[in-house]
Design a protein around this ligand. Structure first.
Ligand SMILES: NC(=O)c1ccc[n+]([C@@H]2O[C@H](COP(=O)([O-])OP(=O)(O)OC[C@H]3O[C@@H](n4cnc5c(N)ncnc54)[C@H](OP(=O)(O)O)[C@@H]3O)[C@@H](O)[C@H]2O)c1
Length: 195
């Protein structure tokens, strides 16, 4: 069965954005080493299509994921800059109960049964995993389905902000897999869900 991986940027104090969710302040901390040796080398598909074009990596093949799911508020960020297919190199799902029609033929709206949809996708025969992009609300809804965490911790303290999972208090155990550090102060931890 393939995995659902929550691949997410967060602060030292565990927030994925400011209280409104804005996460733009992480972007200037992506330096050449982190981009080349981590994002481009290992997770090029996590860079949105417009970012791939801008950085000249649009032709790179997917390495880890072939499918992405994000919440409607996260998808809104792309729509706000007139991008309707932000991850054109993957099969795209957007969870939303309010978007009646998809703005793009390459984006499928999941309006109900999002957990069932993820379970169905996990059953597919594929060497690639499913990228849970965020944000907090959809990650909170899908926490019981998350098999793997790839947490990029940026060297910033926010004090308050949007939590990684917008869910009620509950303990979910994960096993630490790998820890990597980069010169820009970013720490990437990979965890596997405890069976
Ligand atoms: N740090 C990072 O790496 C990172 C990554 C991604 C996003 N973010 C940030 O996260 C912020 C957005 O997060 P968010 O928590 O506000 O929103 P979100 O999770 O992106 O989207 C929430 C929306 O998803 C839909 N949804 C959630 N659960 C659903 C379900 N069970 N069934 C159907 N639809 C469902 C609903 O859309 P409707 O209201 O349309 O029904 C809900 O309002 C953004 O500002 C972005 O910057 C950060």
């Amino acid at each position: 069965m393939r995995k659902l991986t929550y691949f997410i940027a967060c602060s030292i104090d565990g927030f994925i954005g400011d209280p409104s969710g804005d996460a733009q302040f992480f972007v200037p901390l992506v330096d050449e080493e982190f981009f080349e040796n981590f994002l481009k080398a290992e997770y090029p598909e996590t860079v949105p299509t417009h970012g791939r074009r801008a950085t000249g990596i649009d032709d790179l093949e997917n390495k880890k994921f072939d499918t992405i799911i994000q919440g409607r508020s996260s998808y809104d960020l792309a729509l706000a800059v007139d991008v309707t297919s932000p991850y054109a190199h993957m099969r795209q799902y957007v969870a939303s109960r309010t978007l009646e029609k998809s703005p793009d033929p390459n984006v499928e709206i999941v309006s109900e049964g999002v957990v069932g949809k993820i379970r169905e996708l996990k059953q597919e025969d594929s060497a690639f995993g499913i990228y849970l992009c965020g944000g907090s609300k959809i990650a909170g809804e899908l926490i019981d389905e998350v098999d793997e965490l790839v947490i990029k911790t940026y060297p910033l303290v926010l004090g308050s902000g949007m939590p990684m999972f917008g869910s009620a208090f509950a303990l979910t155990e994960f096993t630490l897999d790998t820890v990597r550090t980069f010169k820009n102060g970013v720490l990437v931890r990979t965890y596997q869900r405890k069976p």
